[in-house]
Design a protein around this ligand. Structure first.
Ligand code: SF4
Length: 352
């Protein structure tokens, strides 16, 4: 029990630390936007896909929006309504649509406008809190409408370790196919509802091309973005997404679900590989668009040859990790006992 208590305290400390850092970041987005934008878009966000892929359980426990959304549940003021499988599926589809709609807006608004990013984060968190105060467990946000959630299921199919669930001390079966407790969680989790299957198909197939397309566009100054530039930011990602979606449709058209999951993992590896292929060089001043997404300019310090090799190394790693490596069907988190039985521990115990 002492171990459980100390584990719970450790999660609490981690959540409080991340929450405080994010609060400072949001304040900076308004008062010192140039620092806040770098901290959010050039430090936190580049780390997030790798964390989601390698330790999705840790990410789900420390995500500040998740922690805020779970407050009504922890304070016992959530109405705990059961979400139907159909409603859940439509929220999942909406989350994928939101993901595709929001990403290009980084070029015209969010990457260059601190207050816009700050307002976006605050509004997202408020929506998460409202939904979680109505619906049971994580069904209102973390396991449905959160635009990052389907990417968690896409990238996080082979976690390094299973950790304790800091938000669910007991399981009320808030969703069908718990993403936290099901071994090898994938976007296919959930009921066989048309909307959920459409979300799964669209995300897996289109995401690699969409990510590639995003990196072919430069940032535009916010106030002079104009309708033409906004349309431009969508055009290439949509074309890229449509191309990989068509390829995905062709590849899965005549294979069993088991073989489809192998194809899914290659598409997941392609999406995250594409992200780091561009994102790491951009961070250090090697963007084809001068200064785009740059954290620190090391273009005169690091040899261009080294920066040419790095994307191949990261791609080889992600293809191996997500598509090729065996992981023994590990879940993101340990499954808590059912709500009707004994309250569960919420340890940080890691079973690797
Ligand atoms: S452990 Fe149970 S209550 Fe928690 S997210 Fe999973 S299904 Fe919902």
């Amino acid at each position: 029990m002492a171990n459980t208590n100390s584990s719970s305290k450790l999660w609490f400390v981690l959540q409080a630390a991340v929450w405080t850092i994010c609060l400072v970041m949001v304040v900076l987005l308004f008062v010192k936007p140039e620092i806040g934008l770098h901290a959010f878009w050039d430090v936190l966000i580049p780390v997030a896909p790798a964390l989601v892929a390698l330790l999705p359980g840790v990410w789900r426990n420390i995500c500040p929006t998740a922690a805020m959304s779970q407050l009504p549940r922890h304070f016992g003021i959530s109405k705990k309504r059961k979400m139907s499988v159909g409603t859940h599926a439509w929220l999942v589809l909406l989350s994928v649509i939101l993901l595709f709609a929001i990403i290009p807006l980084r070029h015209t608004y969010f990457d260059l406008n601190g207050p816009a990013t700050g307002v976006f984060l605050i509004v997202s968190t408020l929506i998460a809190i409202v939904l979680a105060s109505i619906y049971d467990g994580k069904s209102g946000w973390c396991a449905s409408l959160c635009p990052v959630h389907q990417v968690e299921k896409l990238y996080g199919q082979k976690p390094i370790a299973t950790v304790g669930n800091s938000h669910c001390s007991e399981c009320s079966k808030c969703v069908t196919g718990c993403p936290d407790s099901t071994p090898s969680a994938s976007p296919h989790l959930g009921g066989r509802v048309w909307a959920r299957r459409a979300a799964t198909f669209g995300l897996i197939g289109a995401f690699p091309g969409y990510v590639w397309g995003w990196f072919q566009i430069q940032d535009y100054a916010t106030l002079s973005a104009g309708l033409e530039n906004i349309v431009n930011t969508y055009t290439i990602p949509i074309v890229g997404g449509a191309a990989t979606l068509a390829l995905y449709a062709l590849l899965i058209s005549s294979v069993s679900l088991q073989k489809r999951k192998i194809i899914d993992r290659f598409f997941a590896a392609a999406a995250i590989s594409c992200y780091y292929w561009y994102r790491i060089p951009w961070l250090f001043g090697f963007s084809q668009f001068e200064g785009n997404g740059m954290l620190v300019d090391l273009s005169d310090t690091i040899s261009p040859t080294v920066m040419t090799v790095v994307p191949y190394v990261t791609t080889a790693f992600w293809v191996w990790w997500i598509a090729l490596k065996r992981n023994g069907l590990r879940s993101w988190m340990t499954r808590p006992p059912d709500a009707q039985t004994t309250p569960a521990p919420t340890g940080i115990t890691i079973s690797a």
